[in-house]
Design a protein around this ligand. Structure first.
Ligand code: 1GP
Length: 251
């Protein structure tokens, strides 16, 4: 297994470069809008694609990955909503442990089942602490995972959760308000978490404007994920990417 993707996340963090991720949900994938999304992502120098959704079925996943691979070299990282969402066609996988919840299956259970498959796969495994933060509306993730998100105003709970995840050896942290969240994660919570951990911090959920993307990157997010807003209006990709990349402070 290579560590290319993780090394790129780490190097970017060390050099103060911010990264933008476009989340593609194969369920909502149609050839017309994916082509436009790909074209615009290449132009805007999008850094990675996350591929996933809560209810994706496999043949669409493979088809989606194949289509992206034929068009560009942007790394494709699986962001699986469940353990069936695996495909060797991707470059890597967020191996997510839902550390904001207390559902043992999503902390370790599903991982035991998928580990032998991943061990022989060519995918780069990215061990990631996944923290669901209350985004003001019940999300598919909280319903499907049967877990409660961290309350939006409890910065200290988020901070201690991230701290524990890092101490357990997780390599990245993903704070997510859930797709389509009404309220994106507050800058104060991002700031609290990012000043405490050293591993790369991914932030997403309900980011609809370049201004919010920029604010979150300035608050300390190393990687910004945008899904819904771009699905609705792919033309936003360029402004989102510029907003995030513009926060970079090369060191
Ligand atoms: C969801 O963080 C991602 O898991 C992206 O959220 O679709 O709301 O941008 P949006």
């Amino acid at each position: 297994m290579t560590h290319k993707i993780y090394q790129s996340f780490q190097a970017a963090k060390e050099h103060g470069e911010k990264k933008i991720v476009v989340l593609i949900d194969p369920d909502k994938f149609s050839l017309g809008n994916i082509k436009k999304t790909l074209e615009l992502s290449i132009q805007a120098k999008v850094d990675y694609f996350f591929i996933g959704g809560s209810l994706v079925v496999n043949n669409m996943l493979d088809y989606c990955l194949q289509t992206i691979k034929e068009s560009c070299d942007i790394p494709m990282i699986l962001f699986p909503g469940n353990s069936f969402q695996l495909s060797y066609k991707a470059d890597g996988i967020l191996f997510l442990s839902l550390i904001s919840g207390r559902n043992a299956e999503l902390l370790i259970g599903k991982h035991v089942i998928t580990a032998p498959y991943l061990k022989v796969s060519p995918l780069e495994i990215l061990p990631t602490g996944y923290m669901l933060i209350d985004g003001g509306v019940p999300t598919t993730v909280s319903y499907m995972s049967n877990t409660q998100p961290i309350p939006a105003n409890k910065d200290d709970v988020a901070l201690c959760t991230a701290m524990a995840g890092e101490m357990l050896g997780l390599k990245m942290m993903y704070m997510d308000a859930g797709s389509g969240a009404k309220n994106p994660i507050s800058s104060s919570m991002i700031d609290a978490v990012s000043s405490t951990i050293k591993i790369p911090l991914i932030v997403g959920g309900g980011i609809r404007t370049p201004e919010k993307a920029m604010e979150n990157a300035k608050a300390g997010a190393d990687v910004i994920v945008v899904g819904n807003a771009i699905e609705k209006n792919p033309n936003l990709i360029n402004e989102m990417a510029e907003a995030v990349h513009g926060v970079s402070t090369p060191v």
